[in-house]
Design a binder for this molecule. Structure first.
Ligand code: NAD
Ligand code: ZN
Ligand code: ZN
Length: 341
């Protein structure tokens, strides 16, 4: 079968000679409908975040059940499902609570399909346990695939701060890409706070306006923090969601977050932060969340089925993977690119 494989630093190739896997025990074979292209792939490909292994890329996967192992119950051929991406041990306390993103054994394991193990940029994908599937019912797997990361990750980050996202407060969203464009929609549904969105191109800022941001600021401007602080006034922003995670965006976050606020750094942009007592208001919680729980993914599916969130999708073929990664490097994807076998 055809698959997009990571061979090492800056070496991604489309191959045609992989064996179609056969599921055993609790394993499930999926016919892939769509595989979302996440910026984390670029951190792997360009910066070598996962080294020493050859694997099929794609960690935002949805499709139809093709075949189940002998121990699988509750699923049948043709069922449409999402693959929950952070694969834990399945046994520890966080895993039992469906928070496999914080599995006690994360440091001993590959991160999941498409992140060290074979993922979904392929015609078929072997999922190691039916526990990692979330049904999507009437949703189209092509459109739904990015829900499992581009929607789940911001959803979980926003839920952490939900008590602070009241109508009298401001929330700043930095980076209106795959994750950020869904974050804006989730904020509109679950909170009444005024949204200020930042990105570095006029096109992304216009997109943020369409998605309900009350204010948009180009974070390349030297005075971006001052512009945001003029909007928020003395109280500053109660929540900052940074979907870039570069040193410059973390610095921006520290300048615009207010007392007792949340500064949530989701982006894996390799940024550095040096604690400076005078540079951070008292009571700020800084956090670096990773993905979300399987139960939260079910809630995200609910938002999508009610049409409260919509992923803007650009569709490509598996053969175009390298072209898509190039477009992403240059900030040229609107919403999310999805590869379709
Ligand atoms: P993307 O490429 O789709 O979007 C990134 C956006 O940020 C683009 O719109 C780009 O124009 C904008 N941007 C770049 N530099 C900026 C700056 N200085 N200020 C403001 N905006 C800027 O990426 P994505 O797939 O949405 O992923 C975003 C980040 O989140 C990546 O670092 C990715 O690895 C990370 N991520 C983290 C998790 C997690 O669980 N923590 C999960 C998924 C992705
Ligand atoms: Zn991702
Ligand atoms: Zn575990």
């Amino acid at each position: 079968m055809k698959a997009v494989r990571f061979f090492g630093h800056k070496d991604v190739r489309v191959v045609n000679d992989l064996e179609k896997p056969i599921p055993k025990g609790d394993e499930v074979l999926l016919k892939i409908g769509g595989a979302g292209v996440c910026h984390s792939d670029l951190h792997i490909i360009d910066e070598g975040t996962v080294v020493g292994t050859v694997f099929t890329l794609g960690h935002e996967n949805a499709g139809w059940i093709e075949e189940v192992g002998s121990d699988v119950k509750g699923y049948k051929k043709g069922d449409a499902v999402l693959v929950y991406g952070p694969w834990g041990c399945g046994h520890c306390k966080p895993c039992q609570q469906s928070k496999e993103n914080y599995c006690d054994h994360q440091s001993e394991m590959a991160y999941g399909g498409g992140l060290g193990l074979d993922g979904g940029m392929a015609e078929y994908m072997l999922v190691p346990s039916s526990r990692l599937l979330v049904p999507i019912y009437d949703l189209d797997p092509v459109v739904a695939a990015p829900l499992t990361d581009a929607a789940l990750t911001p959803y979980s980050a926003i839920k952490r701060s939900i008590g602070k996202l009241t109508a009298d407060e401001y929330v700043v969203v930095i980076g209106v890409g795959g994750l950020g464009h869904v974050a804006l929609q989730i904020l509109n549904e679950v909170s009444a706070s005024t949204i200020i969105a930042c990105d570095v191109t006029d096109a992304k800022l216009a997109f943020a306006k369409e998605l309900g941001a009350a204010h948009v600021i180009n974070s390349k401007d030297d005075n971006a923090a001052a512009q945001i602080n003029t909007i928020t006034g003395i109280k500053k922003a109660k929540v900052v969601l940074d979907f870039v995670g570069a040193t410059s965006t973390i610095e921006l976050g520290t300048k615009v977050v207010g007392l007792d606020g949340d500064l949530t750094i989701v982006g894996l942009g390799g940024g550095h932060y040096q604690y400076n007592m005078a540079g951070l208001p008292f009571g700020v919680s800084m956090t670096n969340p990773y993905w979300g729980s399987r139960v939260e993914l079910m809630e995200v599916v609910g938002l999508a089925r009610q049409k409260k969130i919509h992923i803007e999708i650009e569709q490509f073929k598996l053969d175009q993977a390298n072209e898509v990664y190039d477009r992403m490097r240059n900030g040229k994807i609107k919403g999310r690119a999805v590869l379709i076998p």
